[in-house]
Design a protein around this ligand. Structure first.
Ligand code: BGC
Length: 905
């Protein structure tokens, strides 16, 4: 067959046809396609043109990469410097290993925004009021119009009476003293010939918080302000700029009585200046805007970073009327967002109050205790609205499942209310399902918790209480689950940037980013700060893109060296949170002391840094980290690897259970699942002790904890991984599918629709959020060990596919749009057959491991028998080799679709 090679899914900076980018050397990526099996990209060629016609005619008047030998489908733009406000059109083609050439791709484009500060055409940061407006006249036909805008803390942009764009909360948050993000909008369709009106509503957000939460003091940067450049391009190529300046008018006190992400929104419809965002509005009483001090941070484009948008709408599943005139709606799912409420025939001055909560009391009233200082209340004072109007807050968001409505004129029905689900506009790229419904439910919890916390450009710990900070420990622990389900690279690159922006000269980084609390969070707990090292590493594993390593290597190294300088004889005693929130506790230092966890982190990070140094060609550094690895390994085992006997009469306490303190004293600890799993996971246990240490872990999991986890967020990731990697997959599966406390199944049985912060069901006012993603590492475990996928070489270059043999698990399917294309694994099994349907992207080589159910096995690919009685019986295109091991048959395959069936006798 002579199938043609083709190309699809062209992206610039991982985004389809972005507008307003400011990256000087954008990355291009594409997906090479071929129906033919076993295809690899051998070379590619990219052309960049200044017009679509040129691109169609293959005139590379901007840049021609020439034929570049590479097996990787990401490449950097290396042409002449890009110009501001310009559109570039590009195409790509590729060659396979046999020299066969694909057609040219379709044309993709990207457009640059203001690349230099001067390009903002003297636009000023303006403020002084809540609503800002300006009218301008357009005499000719506009062929293209773009707005570049930022507004701190939040803004809503309006043009001729309409909201511009579909972002829900913008801009994304940042370390405002370092960076401020702006957005780009195509507003061509909103501009009219004649008079136009542009308006901005300002919100306080994180920049000008209006209150202080109960725990730590929030940073206050300055009063709200905005900057805007509207570029109008006419038929003859001429340009007219409308900029934010003192000629704008503003309304000092408007209808927004208050807005705050924690407290909520208070709006008085009676004060709304009707038609203020339309041309012709009489703004004679409005004052002129004041020019404001610009924020310290530089303006950076957010156009390739997923912004917060409305991601869905939910209808209530239940309405309760617990008290007279009090209505409680249950949306059946814990979400992040707010509600929209329809009112009819309102009377002027009526006040409608909406409160949000994750929990309800037995009598049906809201339980808001765990929100702590977040009042999560939206208040609307109504006007005579005629027929009907919608009440919907701005510049705030809540984490909730239940909503209470008080003061509604009449009786609200389910038709009058809907919940607005917000979140980062991340493309879903992965999915998994299997025959065990509980596993599917657990994964659903992970995805919802991640979704609910991926907003505003950060990954918050929780979306509801007076906290909502981008804690780094939580971040890295659930990052792989997020990467396996969302196209999240640009989002995570942005967060890594936040970490780098917050790094101090001595290398110190904080526990969360951006640092919106005044509280000193430097230096981070090593098990939190490790996000700076492991998150870029994960991105490299999954996307194969080196740029993130290049960008973060020096900051990573500085952070590592700072921690290393704090060690004593190779042990890091410094820590803050440890294996956070194991059963029954918050902190748990006796269960997993800092000495063990922090030193382990230092070792693991040295290991990663050694590999990164190798990749980046930093020979001396690679040697340095290799030595440090060894040094820490020895110190760790010298200090902690001993079989302590415990106190007379008590049971043996096990390995890694005796702690030497800084001053040389010995303390006996209960050896814990986490302290055993950590060194086992990272090759830190000397070979001769490995079996005993592993057996000890089995004993703790099986006997002491009756096949349950006794671990905090760190152990919850590593205990199941270590079990699965060392032949105890069935036990790990049993642990993860428990339904009694402490377990994920227990949360579900108790009604969880998102992951809890604690293993316990707590309903008081302490630390018990119902929407924390930090236990979501289980999601990646499910994809890897039940989906049967392991990445061997970065960017899915080499993978292992191994359907698991687990009692009662009969089928599973995993699908991921990887950087190389779609990867699908679908397996099922009966008592004597395993069926495996695969789709492997171009450029990936998979080692398929089929578990033998019995001694004798024969294998078919499609209708063709390929293996029988221990040998290959037929050669099939795409299959590189077949070999046999004790308990499995190994088939190496290149790209393409395969359908394997293994029958055992
Ligand atoms: C947050 C956590 C965070 C922890 C650090 C909590 O308040 O909600 O998720 O990692 O503090 O100890």
């Amino acid at each position: 067959m002579d199938e043609k090679l083709s190309v699809s899914d062209l992206r610039t900076e991982y985004t389809r046809n972005p507008l307003g980018i400011d990256e000087p050397n954008p990355r291009f990526s594409w997906v090479p396609l071929s129906e033919k099996r076993g295809r690899m990209q051998k070379a590619f060629r990219i052309i960049v043109s200044s017009s679509i016609e040129n691109a169609l005619n293959l005139e590379a008047d901007i840049w021609d990469s020439g034929k570049v030998e590479s097996d990787f489908n990401i490449a950097e733009y290396r042409g002449p410097p890009l110009r501001s406000f310009s559109k570039y059109f590009w195409r790509v083609k590729w060659w396979d290993q046999d020299g066969q050439e694909s057609d040219w791709s379709e044309v993709a484009f990207f457009e640059t925004g203001p690349l230099n500060p001067d390009d903002w055409a003297n636009a000023a940061w303006i403020g002084g009021g809540q609503l800002l407006r300006k009218e301008f006249e357009v005499m000719d036909d506009v062929v293209e119009a773009r707005v570049y805008i930022s507004g701190l803390g939040y803004y809503e942009l309006r043009l001729n009476g309409k909201k511009v764009g579909d972002k829900a909360l913008d801009p994304i948050w940042s370390e405002y003293d370092k960076k401020v993000y702006y957005s780009t909008y195509d507003v061509t369709h909103l501009i009219r010939k004649g008079l136009n009106a542009i308006g901005i509503i300002l919100g306080r957000g994180r920049y000008a918080p209006s209150h202080q939460p109960t725990i730590f003091k929030l940073k206050y940067y300055d009063e709200p302000k905005a900057i805007l450049l509207l570029r109008l391009i006419f038929n003859d190529g001429s340009v007219k700029n409308i900029i934010s300046d003192k000629s704008w008018k503003c309304l000092e006190k408007g209808p927004i009585l208050s807005d705050d992400i924690y407290l909520g929104y208070k709006y008085d419809f009676r004060l709304e200046p009707k038609g203020w965002d339309l041309p012709g509005f009489d703004d004679r009483d409005w004052k002129h805007c004041s020019e404001m001090k610009p924020p310290k941070g530089r303006l950076v484009s957010s156009s390739t970073i997923p912004s917060t948008k409305i991601m869905g709408l939910l209808k209530p599943v239940k309405v309760i009327n617990p008290l007279p005139n009090v209505y409680v709606f249950d949306f059946g799912q814990n979400i992040t967002g707010w509600v929209r409420l329809k009112v009819r025939n309102a009377t002027k001055g009526t006040t409608v109050k909406i409160r949000y909560s994750e929990l309800i009391n037995e009598d049906g009233t809201l339980n808001t205790l765990n929100l702590r200082g977040a009042q999560a209340t939206d208040v609307f004072i109504l006007d005579d609205s005629g027929d009907q109007c919608w009440l919907e807050p701005r510049f705030t968001y809540h984490g909730f499942r239940y909503v209470e409505v008080v003061g509604y004129p009449g009786v609200p029905s389910s038709d009058d209310i809907e919940a607005v689900v917000i979140g980062a506009d991340l493309e879903r790229c992965g999915s998994f399902t299997c025959s065990n419904q509980l596993i599917n439910e657990i994964l659903k919890l992970c995805i919802w918790s991640l979704r609910n916390n991926l907003n505003n450009g950060i990954q918050s710990d929780c979306p509801q209480r007076d906290e909502r900070m981008g804690w780094l420990g939580d971040l890295w622990l659930s990052a792989e689950t997020a990467i396996l389900h969302f196209n999240i690279i640009r989002y995570y690159e942005k967060i890594i940037d936040d970490i780098i922006d917050s790094q101090r000269d001595d290398g110190s980084i904080p526990d969360f980013v951006p640092v919106y609390w005044e509280w000193d969070v430097y230096p981070a707990d090593p098990a939190w700060g490790t996000a700076l090292i492991i998150l870029p590493w994960y991105l490299y594993q999954y996307y194969g893109d080196k740029r993130i390593l290049e960008k973060s290597y020096e900051p990573m190294k500085k952070w590592w060296l700072l921690l290393y300088s704090m060690t004593k004889d190779g042990i890091l005693y410094y820590g803050k949170y440890g294996d956070w929130v194991p059963p029954g506790r918050g902190k748990s230092f006796e269960h997993c002391p800092h000495e063990i966890l922090s030193t382990w982190i230092l070792f693991r990070d040295a290991k990663i840094l050694k590999e990164i140094a190798d990749i980046l060609g930093r020979v001396d550094d690679a040697k340095f980290f290799e030595e440090k690895k060894q040094e820490i390994y020895e110190a760790f085992n010298r200090n902690f690897l001993r079989e302590s006997q415990g106190w007379p009469g008590l049971a043996r306490l096990g390995y890694y259970s005796e702690l030497k303190t800084k001053d040389g004293n010995s303390i006996l600890l209960g050896g814990s699942q986490t302290t055993l799993a950590l060194p086992l996971a990272e090759g830190m246990v000397p070979r001769e002790a490995f079996d005993q240490v592993f057996r000890e872990l089995l004993r703790l999991v099986k006997d002491e904890w009756d096949r349950h986890l006794n671990a905090g967020i760190i152990g919850a990731k590593y205990v199941p991984e270590v079990l699965a990697e060392n032949g105890a997959l069935n036990l790990a599966y049993e642990v993860l599918t428990q339904e009694t406390y402490p377990s994920y199944g227990y949360m579900i049985k108790e009604g969880a629709t998102t992951l809890w912060e604690r293993w316990e069901k707590l309903t008081g006012n302490a630390m018990n959020s119902y929407d924390h993603h930090m236990f979501a590492s289980v999601g990646a475990w499910i994809c890897k060990y039940l989906g049967g996928l392991r990445i061997i070489k970065e960017g899915f270059k080499e993978i292992i596919i191994e359907p698991p043999l687990i009692d009662n698990l009969l089928h599973a399917s995993l699908s991921i749009e990887t950087i190389r294309g779609v990867l699908q694994i679908m397996w099922s099994r009966g008592s004597n057959a395993v069926v495996l349907d695969l789709s492997i992207p171009v450029g990936t080589v998979a080692e398929v491991r089929l578990p033998k159910l019995n001694k004798k096995a024969s294998i078919y690919e499609g209708d063709c028998r390929i293996w029988e009685s221990g040998k290959t019986v037929n050669q099939v295109n795409g299959i590189l080799s077949i070999s046999e091991q004790k308990d499995k048959i190994i088939i190496k395959v290149g790209s393409g679709r395969y359908s394997f069936k293994m029958e055992s006798e």
